[in-house]
Design a protein around this ligand. Structure first.
Ligand SMILES: [Fe+2]
Length: 300
């Protein structure tokens, strides 16, 4: 028999023996103290995001751990610390791998987990960015799925991924989000229909050249394509082409006689429209550096 206690509500000094609660309190203090030393305008994220995201991920972790038969405590601490590097530094570049040693220090400091559990926690953290890799590792996949679930519940997140992710990674995010929705028995968002046009060979669409004198945005919308890019320099424009295959770039540019392959391009486009016709969304990119960055992104 154990004595019935009141819930601690994370008040310092009253957490008791439940091991995860110590990590939860620790991380809140860490965000508010160490994280707050970098203001929002110097961070890729915001303090508000880190406070909200880690907390909801921990609760989803508990839910998914129960559903998938995984260790609830391992999953909770894994998600609690999965973005620890981004919390501390305000940077997301390679934050999953860089978060490993930071998490190790925290595990050493707070204790409570044996070697086997620590290995699983660290795997959740260091592999959670590899959303495009689908493995048989239930803990690694769990971490990726929970992160995607939480992010996709924010209404604007879908557009963020359209804008920020290269096509293969975008596909992996959408695929995961769609599977999680189905797994939870939730109705499918119509926007996920773009997944139907992603081909196993990595193409999103068929090659398409926009006739001269036709408004490219309008044409793309009428074409039924899922994704198109219009590229142009100051003098010349309008080629729509598949986005993630270098040969397709070559074909599209050569067909008009006005462009060339990006890797050897003497003329990099000065402006781009990246268009998602069936979503009714487009992105304008202008300037050589921005076009170059965005196209490199699509070529990855
Ligand atoms: Fe995350």
């Amino acid at each position: 028999m154990k004595i019935l206690k009141e819930f601690h509500h994370f008040k310092a000094g009253s957490l008791g023996s439940e091991r995860v609660s110590h990590y939860e309190r620790f991380l809140l203090d860490r965000i508010l103290e160490k994280g707050a030393k970098i203001p929002d305008n110097k961070r890729q994220n915001s303090m508000a995001w880190e406070l909200k995201h880690h907390a909801s991920c921990v609760q989803f972790a508990r839910l998914f751990a129960k559903k998938r038969g995984l260790s609830e405590d391992v999953c909770a601490v894994g998600m609690l610390l999965h973005d620890i590097y981004a919390i501390d530094e305000g940077e997301y570049s390679n934050h999953a791998r860089l978060g490993g040693p930071v998490a190790q220090e925290i595990l050493d400091h707070l204790g409570g987990f044996d070697e086997a559990e620590r290995t699983l926690i660290l795997r959740i953290i260091t592999e959670h960015s590899d959303k495009h890799i689908f493995s048989n590792d239930s803990y690694s996949e769990f971490g990726k799925d929970v992160d995607v679930l939480d992010c996709f519940l924010y209404p604007e997140a879908f557009n963020f991924y359209l804008k920020e992710k290269p096509p293969n990674k975008l596909h992996a995010y959408l695929l995961r989000a769609g599977r999680i929705n189905a797994d939870l028995g939730l109705p499918m968002d119509k926007r996920f229909d773009i997944l139907k046009s992603y081909q196993p060979d990595g193409k999103w669409l068929a090659c398409y050249a926009c006739p001269t004198g036709v408004e490219p945005l309008e044409t793309a919308c009428r074409s039924g394509l899922s994704l198109a890019i219009v590229a142009g320099t100051d003098r010349e424009v309008t080629i729509l082409f598949p986005c993630n295959e270098e040969d397709a770039f070559r074909t599209a540019f050569d067909a008009t006689g006005r462009g060339c392959v990006l890797s050897t391009a003497p003329v990099m486009p000065h402006r781009l429209q990246i268009i998602w016709p069936i979503l009714g969304l487009y992105e304008d990119v202008s300037g050589l550096a921005a076009c170059s960055n965005r196209l490199q992104n699509f070529l990855l």
